[in-house]
Design a protein around this ligand. Structure first.
Ligand SMILES: Cc1cc2nc3c(=O)[nH]c(=O)nc-3n(C[C@H](O)[C@H](O)[C@H](O)COP(=O)(O)OP(=O)(O)OC[C@H]3O[C@@H](n4cnc5c(N)ncnc54)[C@H](O)[C@@H]3O)c2cc1C
Length: 381
């Protein structure tokens, strides 16, 4: 059998794409190298713009809908503000399983524990070799994450700019859990060129850090232990587990397809250098891929030029602008924290971009225009 589309990887990008294609009657096969649910190092923060970009509701698997945010600098709290509807929190393995089930219900076929090993491109189809047998598709999508076998096989994105993130968990008692409350904590003084987070989950807290530059990676456990000691309500608690991974930072336009193969999500380098957010861009690239693949299947052509052009214009350009803001905040983290915690205008912009009220293009312009007022709000305190 020749599938219309074969997708390597059942993360957010692969499963959302499979759902969008299958619900339109496109024969779709997902090959996933692990068995679902699988552990994925992640803070599980799904911004409201990502929630809105999903083709269906994920309310039933959300573990916390934070009522607000807390901004700290090296453990010292600068502001705790009620501001709902910025992001929802999930357990990442539950989210990916849920998305995969949606794709299968829509008609996609999912094969687990089957990793893509190599591929062979022909004029009309792609032969995908796996750890078991071979499969054939008219198109192949690399949704296989930051270490994408597919991108390497076709020679795309050879030199990736990588950030790093580590996610851990701490089991706390009721008192500490209540002290955290339904607030998402961000600490921009925790590590150089990045931030630490504390997110309330179902019965524990997620703690982690993101580093936006390649450079030297801090020792994961030691860094997380240090962060824990700075927060009074976490003193004495120990990490249950901690795992890190690279985050591919986008911002440079590059080819994202070759012949009948295209890349989405982390495989296409689509995470931002500001918060390390990747889920939203995985969904966005899946949406664009679905439209472009259907167009090609409909017309019988194999021209994915438009996919690369659209992702570079609609996503990569946004990531470039996110990178500009990130480089300023991470160069002057104390000033950034002070401005973000004292200026209501700046808070509106920061939360607005997470909600999807503004693009990063609008956000940077608004910041520049609002700078005098933001500085006045800072001086007025
Ligand atoms: C510690 C950490 C915390 C993060 N926290 C957040 C956050 O809170 N919010 C946010 O928006 N982003 C976060 N990110 C980024 C986010 O996790 C990624 O951007 C996102 O997972 C990208 O989704 P994806 O579907 O492209 O790739 P992935 O989620 O990595 O999925 C790729 C899938 O492909 C499979 N696969 C790999 N190789 C093969 C193969 N050869 N054949 C078949 N299958 C294969 C993998 O098993 C996996 O299931 C975080 C990242 C890290 C490292």
């Amino acid at each position: 059998m020749i599938y219309d589309v074969i997708i390597a990887g059942a993360g957010v990008a692969g499963t959302v794409l499979a759902y969008l294609l299958a619900e339109k009657g496109v024969s779709t096969l997902i090959l996933e190298k692990t068995a679902l649910p699988r552990y994925k190092a992640c803070g599980g923060g799904v911004t409201i713009k990502a929630v809105s970009a999903l083709p269906f509701d994920i309310g039933e698997i959300v573990v916390c809908k934070p009522v607000g945010g807390e901004l700290c600098y090296r453990g010292r709290r600068y502001i705790r503000r009620l501001i709902p509807d910025v992001a929802w929190l999930v357990e990442r393995e539950e989210l990916d399983l849920y998305l995969a089930q949606k794709a299968v219900k829509a008609g996609a076929r999912l094969l687990e524990k089957i990793g893509v090993v190599s591929l062979e491109e022909h004029r009309e189809r792609v032969v995908v070799r796996t750890s078991h047998e071979s499969y054939e598709g008219r198109f192949l999508v690399g949704a296989d994450g930051v270490t994408s076998v597919v991108s390497r096989a076709v020679g795309l994105l050879q030199n990736r700019c990588m950030g790093m993130a580590v996610a851990g968990e701490i089991g706390v008692d009721q008192t500490a859990y209540q002290q955290q409350g339904a607030y998402a904590t961000f600490d921009f003084g925790a590590i150089p060129h990045g931030y630490a987070w504390i997110f309330p989950k179902r019965e524990h807290l997620s703690i982690g850090f993101f580093q936006s530059t390649p450079g030297k990676v801090p020792e994961a456990r030691k860094t997380l232990d240090e962060i824990i000691t700075r927060f009074p309500h976490l003193k004495g608690y120990r990490l249950i587990r901690a795992r890190g991974h690279h985050i591919p930072l986008g911002g440079k336009p590059q080819p994202l397809h070759k012949g009948r193969v295209l890349l989405v999500g982390d495989a296409a380098n689509l995470a931002d250098a500001w918060l390390g957010e990747g889920i939203y861009y995985a969904i966005q690239s899946a949406r664009i891929a679905a439209q472009e693949l259907m167009q090609n299947l409909h017309s019988g052509s194999a021209d994915l030029e438009n996919y690369t052009a659209r992702v570079n214009a609609e996503i990569v350009e946004e990531l470039r602008r996110a990178g500009i803001f990130a480089s300023i905040v991470y160069r002057y983290p104390y000033l950034g924290t002070a401005l973000m915690s004292r200026s209501l205008l700046m808070q509106e912009y920061v939360f607005g971009v997470m909600r999807g009220d503004y693009t990063f293009r609008q956000f940077n312009r608004l910041l520049l225009r609002g700078l005098p007022q933001i500085l006045l709000q800072q001086l007025g305190r």
